[in-house]
Ligand binder design. Structure first.
Ligand SMILES: Nc1ncnc2c1ncn2[C@@H]1O[C@H](COP(=O)(O)OP(=O)(O)OP(=O)(O)O)[C@@H](O)[C@H]1O
Ligand SMILES: [Mg+2]
Length: 326
């Protein structure tokens, strides 16, 4: 696997804009719970973060795309195939690391991973050979011959990754792959995902940890309450944040309050922070940010600092949630 990944690194990378997974108006309900509410999104090639808090609908989205839960409405396409109709073709094309324990614990890693390879259509011989390659790749040593029931959480996660890639799928769904792992284990898992992603696959990684997406992802899909909040390449999302400024002001309580109120009438105030008699405000203008100087002098307050705000994915995430009403 390692050598295969390296061999492919030199190849010309496919266009990142190619959409691999496409859903339109997907609706999934569990009784009265609407887990996906008319969810439409395009997942491009590359490593894509599916980001959202607990209960947002991340796992349901993955399962719906894989045809593992029923969507009552909407369309799904994986490389042009419908997982509900083209069951075998889709199964061979995708790999899946589920969120919860999926390992047969009375098998050892070699038995389990080679079994999964055979289910995906590999011969026993190929499956065994490939099993050892992927177990080497994820860093499982001699313990591969021990029963999975004796494995640590970190080892189980790595074996879950190995079974997802044994048949060399084009598209990988990793549902919270770092779940339960310690910091070092998380780093190792993220490195493995990056290596797999370098070979031009599409990897959809669900997580509620922003920093993980920033470390490995190129594109992010933010979901909450079964709805799409925001999506795009991380770079574009950040560059797209134009006309956002940060101002630090000082003055009387009355002056600061008056300035805040007046600012909110000409700009969208994103955040306000008080710190030892000083207030920091981040706001988005529709154009003329110089008006804030006139406002400040009108309200008798002092501007201590003013300039474009440096935004992180976290800022975008928090703002998106405020807008989404979360
Ligand atoms: N099998 C089920 N039966 C009933 N409700 C379900 C079922 N699966 C999911 N839900 C509900 O659907 C909503 C979306 O759940 P989902 O598991 O997709 O969220 P998630 O983003 O993966 O959350 P987490 O970060 O906790 O894994 C939640 O309200 C959840 O309680
Ligand atoms: Mg989940």
């Amino acid at each position: 696997m390692e050598s295969e990944v390296k061999a492919q690194e030199g190849e010309e990378k496919p266009s990142k804009s190619k959409i691999r997974i496409d859903t339109k108006d997907l609706v999934v309900r569990f009784g009265s719970i609407v887990a996906l509410n008319s969810f439409s999104v395009g997942v491009p090639e590359g490593i894509v973060g599916l980001l959202g808090p607990n209960g947002a609908g991340k796992s349901t989205f993955i399962k719906a795309v894989l045809g593992l839960v029923n969507a009552e409405k909407g369309t799904i396409s994986i490389d042009g195939l419908d997982p509900r109709k083209d069951i075998t073709a889709v199964r061979d094309m995708v790999g899946y690391l589920p969120e919860h324990d999926c390992l047969i614990t009375y098998l050892n890693a070699v038995e389990l991973v080679s079994y999964m390879g055979q289910i995906s259509g590999m011969s026993l011989k190929d499956a065994i050979q490939r099993t050892h390659e992927v177990l080497d790749f994820v860093g499982t040593g001699e313990e591969r011959y021990r029963l999975i029931s004796s494995y640590s959480t970190g080892m189980k996660q790595k074996v879950k990754l190995a079974q997802a890639i044994v048949h060399d799928p084009k598209i990988l769904f990793l549902d919270e792959p770092t779940n339960g792992m310690d910091p070092q284990g998380r780093e190792e898992m993220l490195e493995l995902i990056k290596k797999i992603g370098a070979s031009g696959k599409t990897i959809l990684v669900s997580t509620h940890i922003l920093q993980e997406v920033e470390k490995i992802g190129e594109h992010v899909i933010i979901i909450n309450d079964g709805a799409l909040i925001k999506e795009g390449s991380i770079k574009t999302l950040m560059i797209g944040e134009k006309n956002i400024f940060k101002i630090k002001i000082r003055g009387s309580q009355e002056g600061i309050l008056g300035f805040g109120k007046a600012l909110s009438e000409i700009a969208q105030v994103i955040s306000t922070e008080d710190e030892e008699g000083q207030q920091t405000m981040v706001f988005k203008t529709t154009g003329d940010e110089s008006k804030v100087f006139a406002l400040a002098s009108e309200k008798g307050i002092q501007i201590r600092d003013f300039g474009p705000a440096t935004r992180t994915l976290e800022d975008i995430f928090i703002e998106a949630f405020k807008k989404g009403g979360a």
